[in-house]
Ligand binder design. Structure first.
Ligand code: GLN
Length: 475
């Protein structure tokens, strides 16, 4: 069962010549063939493209030169990330036929490292959602219980990894889209610091929130991926110049003396599943036994995070989504006038949630409401950032649940927008502040559905987050 390996195991096997990259890739393709029809994790599978990349990786491995941890390792990519010459729909019908002529810098880097792209994963359209039910290609089903959602928006990426259809995945996180599905599916997922990974070639949702990050079976694997994908990109002026650390080096150096803040607001949320709280508290005890110091802290502005998020994100969204009008790319509908063509293309090409965001955002930015909504939300965003700055003077990281509950039923929240938005109550605050946050598996509830633990750190502290995540996984 080669497809069940981690990056570390697969890389070791490839180097020891126990199997080839082609065999590893075929094992994943077989699994996709068996499972995808039911789970709906992939929108496009590019088997020939993958096998060709695997053959090249085998040559590279045989020559023994320029081998990286990712050489020959099969992975999936969220469909909201552009891949050259390979269909990229963003899970929206408006891009159903879109084949980019360029690709994301992060994907270029992975290809240069010799990783093998299998295909594009399903998601909420252009990243809008927390359950994958806003995909225009149907929801991704949870791999352990097909009546449950996989989380969103990167549910396809999460299930592709959790169900062993690939070894890792690359996804996008604006306000929880990597961490929440990772938590629901029992894998590890990193929202990198804003500016750490290039956003070039990512379909933009809310540009001051969007980040790209990895999803994998272990934290250690995330570290290997970040070593390849992170770094400055001249095509993305928001990327930072700071050198990329060798994240895997310090993974095992433990957490002795580390100060872990426990923000009380994250444990007082109404509607939190009891087992989630219990599991996180158990894990906190483990961290304490391993040498960390637990420090209660307070982030009083947390309660405004969802409101701020759902004003600022739709505002940026309403501007970003304007490029999708049926003229420049994708599917164009008929119409008697130019305006009709725009309107029909968008009416047909966007799901309800995207339309809602465009309307809310346009409203919040309009002349009469700008001051009372957009400007005010920006001010509260600053307060939330200051909250975090203050606690990070005192502690090294924060530990919280990733989501207040485990995977919910398909259809359960679909028509209840507010309760769907609340799914990101713990994931949104670090995104508002541009901070890195890691979700790791913390056990399961009584029905066996995974529970995620979130570790939040100051900007560019990924190395510390990985160390905490790895320590917990080992324990
Ligand atoms: N669920 C959040 C939203 O719908 C997060 C989306 C994301 O991170 N792309 O906005």
């Amino acid at each position: 069962m080669l497809n069940t390996l981690t990056i570390k195991q697969a890389a070791e096997g490839l180097r020891a010549k126990k199997f080839t990259a082609v065999e590893l890739t075929k094992a994943c393709l077989v699994r996709i063939e068996e499972r995808n029809e039911e789970l709906n994790a992939f929108i496009s599978v590019n088997a020939e493209y993958a096998l060709e990349a695997a053959r090249r990786a085998d040559e590279r491995l045989a020559a023994g030169d320029n081998i990286t941890m990712l050489t020959g390792i099969p992975y999936s990519v969220k469909d909201a990330i552009c891949t050259k010459d390979l269909r990229s729909t963003g899970a929206g019908q408006i891009l159903d036929n879109y084949i980019p002529s360029f690709q994301a810098t992060v994907i270029d880097k992975l290809e240069q490292a010799g990783a093998v792209m299998l295909g594009k994963t399903n998601c909420d359209a252009f990243g809008h959602g927390a359950s994958n039910e806003n995909s225009m290609y149907g929801p991704v089903k949870h791999h352990l219980d097909q009546t449950k959602v996989s989380g969103g928006s990167s549910g396809g990426s999460a299930v592709s990894v959790a169900d062993d259809m690939c070894i890792f995945s690359i996804a996008e996180d604006t306000g929880g889209s990597i961490r929440q599905p990772a938590a629901f599916c029992g894998i590890a997922g990193l929202r990198a610091s804003y500016g750490r990974n290039s956003r070039y070639g990512i379909m933009p949702m809310a540009s001051s929130f969007d980040t790209v990050g990895p999803m994998a079976k272990t934290t250690e694997d995330l570290a290997y991926i970040m070593e390849v994908m992170a770094g400055h990109d001249e095509k993305d002026a928001t990327t930072v110049e700071e050198a990329v650390p060798t994240y895997s080096k310090e993974l095992s150096s433990g957490i002795q003396g580390l100060k872990i803040g426990i923000p009380k607001e994250y444990f007082e949320i109404e509607g939190m599943q009891k087992e989630v709280r219990e599991k996180i508290e158990e894990q906190l005890e483990t961290l304490k036994k391993l040498g960390a110091e637990l420090v209660p802290v307070s982030l009083p502005y947390t309660k405004y995070a969802i409101s701020v998020y759902y004003i600022l994100v739709p505002s940026e969204d309403s501007s970003n989504m304007a490029r999708l009008d049926g003229i420049r790319y994708g599917v164009r509908s008929e119409g008697d006038s130019l305006i009709d063509v725009y309107a029909n293309s968008r009416a047909h090409g966007f799901p309800e949630e995207v339309k809602r965001r465009i309307m809310v955002g346009t409203y919040a930015l309009s002349a009469g409401y700008y001051d009372s909504y957009y400007r005010k939300a920006q001010k509260v965003r600053t307060k939330i950032i200051q909250d975090f700055d203050r606690v990070f003077d005192e502690v090294d990281v924060l530990v919280t649940p990733t989501s207040p509950f485990t995977a919910f039923g398909i259809g359960e929240k679909k028509d209840d927008t507010i309760s769907m938005y609340l799914a990101d109550v713990f994931a949104a605050p670090p995104a508002i502040a541009g901070l890195p946050a890691l979700s790791v598996d913390a056990g399961a509830d009584a029905s066996g559905l995974p529970i995620g633990l979130q570790i939040i750190g100051p900007r560019l502290s990924e190395e510390v987050l990985f160390r905490v995540g790895h320590t917990l996984e080992k324990a």
